[in-house]
Design a protein around this ligand. Structure first.
Ligand code: C2E
Ligand code: CA
Ligand code: CA
Ligand code: CA
Length: 278
């Protein structure tokens, strides 16, 4: 038993060594990618479920490499741990706002642009100044900018979080709670958060299928959001049935593969310019 135990321990620590070697390599690769501007932003459409109109987009970071696309779940956590999220996040913000000005011009009407913030970015002193700078440099109407944060970022130090949210709102930008319903306990604080939008997590939308059309949670969240004067967005809309149900229960906006995949700016524009002229 002892020997097995030791063996098990050795394997475990070898696994850890492999894992940390991988992290070290990925970190080096990430520094290189920052210097050489290898990241890209894809954009996913946000559609008004009642009118069908494209109302905005969400920026989603992509990292193309010769070995294939590295997805955000694979590098954002490490970027957070190493602090590299700061230069990457700055680039995302400026690039997204610049691109959205272009998109609005191309479409002939103003689109909103949503940018995801990570925990470390949200908690960093200087965020408000950074956003102010990006607004100034790009000249975008602040009301068109929506910053997405998650419940987990605001449950720890609630007062500080609210102060940051308020300072961002004072710049004129909007705030959304992402993945709503997956965090816990922030329900009680929700009414104190100066947020404009609730994004219902994909997991609740996934339950809207087949015979068991369980709309009760979705309906409750939409009611909650509306009651607090917020806009409600459903994420992860993957089929017609989900879209129709969400529309019926009064959800304002939808996002998901059925509405549009995350795409490079140019391709997204072509798709929607075509869709809206037919
Ligand atoms: P998120 O902000 O909740 O973004 C939604 C994720 O769901 C995206 O994954 C999107 O591609 C995917 N998605 C969209 N529609 C559907 C659908 O119909 N079905 C399914 N199954 N998935 C759908 P992605 O791009 O891989 O991003 C994952 C997460 O990584 C994001 O979750 C966000 O937390 C983070 N992330 C992505 N881009 C950024 C960024 O620019 N900055 C920061 N800080 N985080 C980012
Ligand atoms: Ca998001
Ligand atoms: Ca989400
Ligand atoms: Ca998320």
């Amino acid at each position: 038993v002892k020997r097995e135990g030791r063996g098990g321990y050795r394997f475990f620590s070898e696994d850890l060594n492999i894992a940390s070697a991988k992290r070290v390599r990925l970190e080096a690769k990430m520094r290189h990618a920052i210097l050489h501007q290898e990241f890209q932003l894809y954009y996913q459409a946000k559609q008004d479920l009642q009118t069908g109109q494209l109302v905005g987009v969400e920026a989603l970071i992509r990292w193309p490499t010769p070995e294939g696309m590295i997805l955000p779940q694979e590098f954002i956590p490490l970027a957070e741990d190493t602090g590299l999220i700061n230069p990457i996040g700055r680039w995302i913000l400026f690039q997204a706002l610049k691109d959205s000005v272009k998109m609005s011009q191309a479409l002939g009407y103003p689109l909103t642009i949503a940018v995801n913030l990570s925990m470390r970015q949200f908690q960093r002193p200087g965020l408000v100044e950074l956003v102010a700078e990006a607004l100034q440099v790009t000249g975008i109407d602040p009301q068109l900018v929506e910053l997405e944060i998650t419940e987990s970022m605001v449950v720890d130090k609630v007062d500080e979080a609210i102060a940051t949210m308020q300072a961002l709102r004072d710049l004129g930008v909007e705030l959304a709670i992402d993945d709503f319903g997956t965090g816990y306990s922030s329900m009680a604080y929700l009414k104190n958060f100066p947020v404009n939008t609730l994004k219902i997590d994909q997991s609740f939308v996934r339950d809207l299928h087949g015979e068991a059309c369980n709309t009760s949670i979705i309906t409750a969240v939409i009611g909650l959001g509306r009651g607090l004067g917020m806009q409600v967005v459903a994420e992860g809309v993957e089929n017609q049935q989900q879209r129709d149900l969400l529309q019926q229960v009064g959800c304002h906006l939808g996002q998901g593969y059925f509405i549009g995949y995350p795409l490079p700016l140019k391709i997204l524009l072509e798709q929607w310019q075509h869709a809206e002229s037919t």
